[in-house]
Design a protein around this ligand. Structure first.
Ligand code: ADP
Ligand code: MG
Length: 352
């Protein structure tokens, strides 16, 4: 079943000369119990879409339904939706427990129930020991946990999270990824998570919507989006990518010979649907390429740059094209670690 159905949503701000269309025709379906991520560069419209779901903004055109109900005229507090913002906005004069109880008090729930729910919510985010502290006595990560507990306490059907980890340092951010994912599975609440961080999106999401400039470019699972990006924007936004513009010369036995602008010939499988004369942009992930010194690869060149990253090393190989081709080699067996600038290497497509 669909938790959220977004159909043909347009959002314009301002009028006349100042009119700016932030969302240009957005349609997507978010399933119940899903960890769904809106991913895209700053300014692409993620927060605007989240604010529409929360009820803080009205759509200019289009329709939004929550569990089958059109919510266009439903004020924020009448929606079974809660939001966690980047800046956790806890009440500084209240204790942790009072902060978490706040929403429940406003809903006029009985005192006993409030006490139990606060306890359970703090337990979920591992903050029950801190219930009597004030926000000023907590670290940033702990405050964000309390903000999560506060948003979860009224048991919304949907939790909206707008870059909730971006103010935390790297180690904590990585730990929180796993916890957030577990929290979503444990509560069964549909999460709509906003981030501009592709790694965060890949590691946590059931599905991702990649956005740019007010459009949805692709919706899919992390592997769909990484392995089968529908266009160049998605391919280069999610991880590193090499693009090589070529023209196909011959297609024989499932192997196409592609000629690059500078005249380099490359033999590529899986281009069977193409004909001689067609243009083809080769899209190659750096970690799918292999380096060797044997001279037997698809193409050869010279090492131009070496970027040692610990687990892997990224090599830029000059193959005579405009940009060096990037090869991400694992340092697992130290084998690839031996190349240095100027070394002649051959590049192979690996086995995929
Ligand atoms: P993101 O969250 O992806 O960074 P936003 O949704 O915040 O992007 O903003 C999308 C675009 O809409 C931006 O260009 C932003 O300047 C514009 N925008 C957002 N809110 C308003 C507003 N209230 N008035 C005018 N323009 C706005
Ligand atoms: Mg934003």
């Amino acid at each position: 079943t669909a938790a959220i159905d977004i159909a043909g949503v347009v959002k314009a701000f301002g009028y006349g000369e100042a009119r700016f269309v932030a969302l240009k025709n957005i349609s997507m379906t978010i399933r119940d119990n899903e960890f769904f991520t809106l991913l895209g560069p700053s300014g692409c419209g993620k927060t605007t879409l989240l604010r529409i779901l929360a009820g803080f903004e009205a759509v200019t055109e289009g329709k939004v339904s929550l569990f089958g109900e059109n919510i266009a005229r439903l004020p924020p507090n009448k929606r079974s939706v809660n939001t966690v913002f980047q800046h956790y906005a806890l009440f500084p004069h209240m204790t942790v427990a009072e902060n978490v109880a706040y929403g429940l008090r406003r809903l006029k729930r009985p005192a006993d129930e409030i006490r139990q729910t606060v306890e359970r919510s703090l337990q979920l985010v591992k903050m029950q020991r801190f219930s009597d502290r004030r926000p000023g006595q907590l670290s940033g990560g702990q405050q964000q946990r309390v903000a999560l507990a506060r948003a979860l306490a009224p048991q919304p059907k949907v939790l909206l999270l707008d870059e909730p980890l971006s103010a935390l340092d790297l180690k904590l951010r990585q730990a929180m990824r796993t916890e957030l994912k577990q929290l979503q599975k444990a509560t069964g609440i549909t999460f709509v998570f906003v981030t501009h961080d592709q790694e965060e999106a890949l590691s946590m999401s059931d599905r991702i919507a990649v956005m740019s400039e007010g459009h949805v470019q692709q919706v899919g699972t992390p592997t769909d989006i990484y392995e089968h990006p529908v266009n160049r924007f998605v391919a280069s936004f999610i991880g590193d990518a090499n693009f090589i513009e070529t023209t196909i010369e011959t297609v024989e036995g499932g192997i196409a010979t592609c000629r690059t602008r500078r005249g380099l010939a490359l033999n590529v499988a899986n281009l069977c649907n193409h004909r001689p004369g067609d243009k083809a942009t080769l899209f190659l992930r750096p970690e799918k390429l292999r380096l060797s010194s044997s001279g037997s690869g698809v193409t050869s060149g010279k090492i131009q740059l070496v970027d040692y990253l610990g687990q892997t090393t990224v090599y830029g190989v000059d193959i005579g094209e405009e940009a060096p081709i990037l090869v991400n080699a694992s340092n697992q067996d130290n084998g690839d670690f031996t190349y240095g600038p100027g070394d002649p290497v051959s590049v192979d497509f690996g086995s995929s």
